[in-house]
Design a protein around this ligand. Sequence first.
Ligand SMILES: Cc1ncc(COP(=O)(O)O)c(C=O)c1O
Length: 437
Amino acid sequence: MTLAELLPSIGCSTEPVLEEGLWPDGTRLDGSDLVIGGVPASRLAAQFGTPCQVLDETTVRTRAREFLKALPEAEVVFAGKSLPCPEVYRWMAAEGLSLDVSSAGELALARAADFPAARIVMHGNVKTGEDLKAALAYGVSRIVVDSFDEIAQLGALARHGQQVVVRVTPGVDAHTHAAIATGVEDQKFGFSLASGAALEAVLRVVEQPSLRLVGLHCHIGSQVRHVAAYEETVRRMVGLIAGCGVRIEQLDLGGGFCAPYLPGESSFDLAGFAHRVRVALNYECAVHRVPVPRVLVEPGRSVVANAGVTLYRVCAVKRGTTRTFVAVDGGMSDNPRPALYGAKYAVRLVGRGGRMAPVTVVGRHCEAGDVLASDVVLPADVHAGDLLAVPATGAYHHALASNYNQVGRPPVVAVHDGTARLVVRRETEEDLLRRYV
Ligand SMILES: Cc1ncc(COP(=O)(O)O)c(C=O)c1O
């Protein structure tokens, strides 16, 4: 079956309609321009250049509030790795969320945002001595230990009473891409529950006079759609709490809540999650006769993904024998997710509708796999100079961006109520040259 058979809009003149759920809240069409956070995309591209990552502040804050509202009894911890940026961390602090960081570098951004140390959790399967020292120096409230080596190292570095959480691999399959499935056995994250390593880790932490065990942590993966995977995780983790014979005050269930990337995909069922996890936790704790721990959740993608839109300028169109390639001024350096996980995106041309045709949107980098979106439809007359907008690019884009081919990383522009301002500036040649000696 061809794409044209699957998508009847191909070959037809279409009225532009915005795909539901993919774009920042309040995004609208004004003629054929796209208005994000009250600012036309054409104006953003003219003012800040392309590629440009646009971030709608209201959407970020609204998603953060939705977590707090759905889970009033829980501590909601923003996964700082999903969008590392002091201004975004400030929004999270103001909304009352906590923050997780995975390195001294992410902690430096948190410090720049004056994020309260009492609400910071540090993660990472590898924390170097520098990471641990930076966490201790800032007084990060909890450090999630991930190996026996780290327990010993932290025990030696910490002063009395450093709060520690043990990362557990619960053996739960979250049915997501293998590269982002972190809850299953046989992998680098955490201590295996099934092998007994998790129990051993709990006992080792308790033996360290400078450490105070406060909780258990797990993170079963990212882009998880099924609440049932979290219920099963709760069941297993409470089993461990009951078996370890130590008072566990906190149960951190990690993040991973899915976000929609393509038309027709739904958002995470947050209300269903809150209800079912609460019921499962209370039930399991009652059965095992252990006190109910305070739950922590660590959403990243579900808070920021759909707040982001990336704008690209078309630089060349090649009409091949079987496909039309639309080449843009960005690519795998600002969005490596298609190459890493086969991630798929929707693409929209800003400024024109008309008869649609299937195209493959590719980047500017020296890899044949530098494909941003295959089998998408754009106006058949797409040409150099056109402006493209890609929704759902707020999470793990700025975070994963590289300098491949010595292309400077794009800016992040926050939009809010009709105003736009830089929160991360574009990387310049001077920035690139500064590192070379
Ligand atoms: C420990 C931990 N918590 C939270 C997250 C956030 O996941 P997501 O952005 O899918 O919600 C991650 C992502 O890798 C993680 O490793």
